[in-house]
Design a protein around this ligand. Structure first.
Ligand SMILES: [Mg+2]
Length: 242
């Protein structure tokens, strides 16, 4: 990965457009799904397949469900039920169905847990830059999380996309009149935030999260042309550049 050199102090870029991912960039998200999956695998207690094999089958179920029904907790619930039906010899009774669904209750019920220094960093950035949230998923779930996070006032616009691909980023850049040279996509997912934004000619800032969802894993592309790529260790490190 090629990184731009750290500018000396006092050389922050002036007035940029910052497109900011939400899940696992601003707040914890995937850890709640991982807890539900751990509970599900334990409940399934498969006598032939290992936990890893069950997890791989669940990943395949999730890919299929998302393709048919989009992202969100409702799709995740459907994937757990599908996985149980495929792998268990037991019939899925109403009791078992309810038990499996209960593993996901905590996902929507959790308080929004902001990642370190996110609120103070956004508060600082929005004084000098234009901030647009660019998240993907279920519209109601994502907007509900944003309202509960208390971060809505820092953003001049919010985009909830069905999928983050180069065409979606080009569309956002066009609708918000973003100059690619002064526009940056900031996020934790190579597959959704970094690679498709760079493919659309937008600069990117990769902030890895230790527990990024396995379906978001991808090798970070090398930037082409004038596109710039940075990798930072935390959200607060943005203040060194912007
Ligand atoms: Mg994310």
């Amino acid at each position: 990965m090629s990184l731009i050199p750290t500018p000396p102090p006092g050389t922050r870029l002036s007035r940029q457009t910052l497109l900011v991912d939400a899940d696992d960039t601003l707040w914890e998200n995937n850890i709640y799904f991982e807890r539900a999956i751990t509970a599900f695998i334990s409940y399934l207690d498969h006598q032939v397949h290992t936990a890893e094999e069950v997890r791989e089958h669940l990943n395949a179920c999730e890919r299929a469900t998302i393709a048919a029904h989009g992202y969100g907790v409702h799709s995740f619930r459907r994937s757990l039920i599908d996985c149980f039906e495929h792998l268990s010899d037991l019939p899925i009774t109403p009791e078992r169905h309810a038990r499996i669904i209960s593993f996901t209750d905590a996902i929507a019920a959790n308080e929004i847990e902001l990642l370190p220094e996110v609120d103070t960093t956004l508060s600082d950035l929005q004084q000098r830059h234009r901030l647009i949230m660019v998240t993907k998923g279920n519209l109601l779930e994502q907007t509900d999380k944003l309202e509960r996070s208390g971060l809505r006032p820092f953003f001049s616009a919010v985009e909830v996309l069905a999928e983050k691909n180069p065409a979606a980023y080009r569309d956002i850049a066009s609708r918000h009149q973003c100059d690619p040279a002064s526009t940056w996509m900031i996020g934790n997912s190579p597959r959704s935030d970094i690679n498709p934004a760079m493919a659309a000619g937008i600069n990117a800032i990769f902030i890895p999260h230790d527990f990024t969802w396995v379906l978001e894993h991808e090798v970070v592309d090398s930037p082409a042309g004038d596109v710039q790529l940075m990798e930072l260790g935390s959200f607060a490190e943005l203040l060194g550049y912007f």
